[in-house]
Design a binder for this molecule. Sequence first.
Ligand SMILES: [Zn+2]
Length: 118
Amino acid sequence: MGRDSTIEFRCVNEECKEVLSFPVLEVNEDTAVTCAGCGRRYVFNEELRAKFLKFARLVEAVRQAEEILGMTKVGLDIQGHSIQVPYRILLTRMNTFLALDIGGRKFNFRLRVEPLKD
Ligand SMILES: [Zn+2]
């Protein structure tokens, strides 16, 4: 995983909606992200930090397996027609959003890594 992989999310302040980001590998119990727009401060508990890391590792594992996955296909039956979709196409469109419900609020955390090459 690149050292510069970051997680982005939008400030919960409705009047602000600033996009905040932090490096996923450097997040720890002392990490506090302060919104540049409204000054709201965000800290991440252990459970949340573990989720960020698992998510980042999942995306990284898929990227590492790119060579093998590139040789595989997913067979789909659509209205009696059998089609094969190269896994690679699915990968390049892989969703890198982690949707979490935190204290009744929905957060979409986006992991930013370099895109897969076509
Ligand atoms: Zn804000």
